[in-house]
Design a protein around this ligand. Structure first.
Ligand code: PMP
Length: 411
């Protein structure tokens, strides 16, 4: 199948922007199908980080010298690029180390001071541990309880059952936009609208949505939206929390230190304005400059093109995998991102992934930080192939051929 031109974009040239994808693993060309875990980085992102350390390295918001100004301008420039990319305001975007930090920030600064015994938090069965454990910690400390929205047989949220859970004691609903295991795309706009009608604050984990879809956070209608930079071709240790301004104004700081203050006296401290109030300490400056470059890169491709390309790869991979005897795919949501979890009869997920690695194919095996979802399916682990726009249709075929080969070895 020659489908390197899924749209007006020459995807072979796009792939060539990613130096790592030319390497070999165990003497075989690398097939990187683990982008839901972390995305590969284009040359421009690597160059932006390199350029910062080579030519501009200084701390932000402190020094008046030229380098300090350049570093601050580049860092704040990255915030503004990110804000524009997601159609939100820069002063509503708290830069942090990733989704895990962003969700903990909401848990500790918004939920912990507000929730009380008798209150409830609603989560869904498909959440990543990063969107479960912080709420459990809050629940333990406040006496709130956690309710769970379940899935239908396709691995989609059962919306009627979800809305039935949204009773008056529910103060907060936190859910993922896209499942990192099933690929299910949740109708977050509709869900947030229903929650809002009932006065429930909504948090959306956008880790797996931001890299793969046209994302207008303002249009989602949530209260908080978390993203992580390393999955969207940016460096690790970068991410952001978008929050409505009224929340940021009302929330106490999460972490205290430099950068987040206006004035410190031993009698008390005047905090900086949001978002800086939530950004104590020296940030990952080079990382955010790299993330700014990643946003430029994705914008130059166009997220609608990225999405269309990945949908074509998903359709191809699903079709080919469905032909493999004894292979079960977990989740066939009507709206689905390019993530395929599967098991093959008679083969353990880790054995399959280990043998595939020897063929040069990188997939993930395990619980994918989603134990409750594994419990739902009654399996300890699955294999997960997650694709990105820089993958190819030839790789899909080579992956399925490798899977057939290693499966024979395990039979
Ligand atoms: N939520 C989801 C849905 C994820 O896929 C991940 C990363 N696997 C996270 C949260 C956590 O992201 P990070 O570790 O980058 O903070």
């Amino acid at each position: 199948m020659n489908a390197s031109l899924d749209s007006t974009i020459d995807w072979a040239r796009v792939r060539a922007d990613f130096p790592l994808l030319t390497r070999q693993v165990h003497g075989k060309p690398l097939i990187y199908f683990d982008s839901a875990n972390t995305g590969q980085k284009p040359e421009t992102v690597i160059a932006a980080v390199d350029d910062f350390y080579r030519h501009h390295n200084a701390n932000v918001s402190r020094a008046v010298h030229a380098l300090g100004t350049e570093a601050t301008d580049a860092y704040e420039g990255a915030r503004n690029k990110l804000a524009k990319f997601f159609n939100v305001r820069g002063d509503e975007l708290v830069l942090c180390s990733g989704t895990t930090f962003a969700l903990n920030l909401v848990a500790y600064s918004w939920a912990l001071p507000r929730l009380q015994p008798g209150d409830a938090i609603v989560l869904t069965r498909m959440e990543h541990h990063a969107n479960i454990v912080p709420w459990q910690l809050v629940a333990q400390r406040t006496g709130a309880t956690i309710k769970v929205a379940e899935l239908n047989e396709r691995g989609e949220l059962d919306l009627d059952r979800l809305y039935a859970l949204l009773t008056p004691e529910v103060k907060l609903l936190s859910l993922t936009h896209v499942s990192n295991v099933l690929g299910t795309v949740n109708p977050v706009r509709e869900i947030c609208r229903e929650a809002r009608k009932r006065g429930i604050v909504t948090v959306v984990d956008g880790s797996q949505a931001a890299p793969h879809r046209v994302l207008d956070i303002a249009a989602v209608g949530c209260d908080f939206y978390a993203i992580t930079g390393h999955k969207m071709s940016g460096p690790t240790g970068t991410g952001a929390l978008w929050a409505r301004r009224e929340h940021l104004a009302a929330m106490p700081p999460f972490i205290g230190g430099g950068e987040m203050i206006k004035e410190v006296r031993f009698e008390g401290t005047v905090f900086n304005d949001p978002p800086h109030k939530f950004e104590a300490g020296t940030p990952n400056i080079a990382g955010f400059i790299g993330l700014g470059a990643a946003v430029d890169y994705l914008s130059s491709l166009g997220m609608h093109n990225v999405e269309a390309r990945e949908q074509a790869l998903l359709a191809h991979a699903t079709e080919e995998l469905s032909k493999v005897e004894g292979l079960r795919i977990f989740g066939n949501a009507r709206e689905k991102a390019a993530v395929i979890s599967f098991l093959v009869e008679g083969a353990h997920a880790h054995d399959l992934a280990t043998l595939l690695d020897l063929e040069g194919v990188a997939i993930r095996s395990g619980h994918h930080c989603a134990h409750p979802l594994m419990q739902h399916f009654g399996v300890p682990a699955t294999c997960r192939a997650s694709l990105a726009f820089y993958n190819t249709h030839d790789e899909v075929e080579a992956f399925v051929a490798a899977l057939r080969k290693v499966r024979k070895l395990l039979a």
